[in-house]
Design a protein. Structure first.
Length: 207
């Protein structure tokens, strides 16, 4: 499927009797290919059943994929722009609010037409279309146990992250849900956070 994408880029030129290269901005609409994949080629790997979790996660071509969720926009706005699905939003966004614009003044590099197209293709490669539904690339889900405050009656929590942070708290792989839950219980008791003892359950299913 082709997704019409708005790009802006810079074209260098040398004015008459001038030695310094100048740049003018131009824009165009280009078709970027969205890969279409048959559902039979996806293999179910995980299921994230946490609050606002990613749901079913599949493996395809050595990568993990999950369904794209709808953008958080007012219902009236979605109705006005005629967006009902994540695919609708992708089509609308790339045509009207593309981010593939010149950036030389931000990062010091020239933004050519070719570089803008290459950037759009790179981002589109992170998406696939499966039987009309949009999927995005993801990574392995992990459990993340966190504590809050100074340790005297303060909170604890167990979350699903992609991936879990390594610089704070404690992490557990997807297949160690019971261990993560028991560890959170231990930390909650230590910190006198009795409201969160037994609150959490394993919520990642591994296939």
């Amino acid at each position: 499927m082709k997704i019409k994408t708005w790009i802006k880029y810079e074209v260098p030129y040398l004015p008459p009797r001038c030695r310094k290269t100048r740049y003018r901005e131009e824009e165009d609409f280009v078709d970027i290919n969205l890969r279409e994949v048959d559902a039979s080629k996806l293999v179910l790997k995980y299921e994230d059943k946490s609050y606002e979790g990613k749901g079913k996660i599949y493996i395809y071509a050595g990568k993990l994929w999950a369904k794209v969720k709808m953008p958080i926009l007012p219902k009236d706005e979605l109705k006005r722009i005629k967006v009902k699905t994540p695919l609708d939003w992708l089509v609308y966004h790339n045509r009207n609010y593309s981010t593939y614009f010149s950036s030389r003044f931000h990062d010091g590099e020239e933004s050519t037409r070719e570089s803008m197209i290459a950037s759009a293709k790179k981002d589109m490669a992170k998406l696939i279309l499966v039987n009309g539904e949009l999927y995005e690339r993801t990574v392995k889900p992990e459990y993340h146990v966190m504590t809050f405050g100074c340790g005297n009656g303060d909170g604890t929590g167990l979350f699903v992250c992609y991936p879990a942070r390594r610089d704070c708290g404690w992490w557990f792989p997807a297949n160690k849900g019971k261990e993560a839950v028991e560890f959170q219980k231990k930390k909650a008791r230590e910190r006198r956070d009795f409201n969160h003892v037994g609150l959490y359950k394993p919520c990642i299913i591994c296939y």
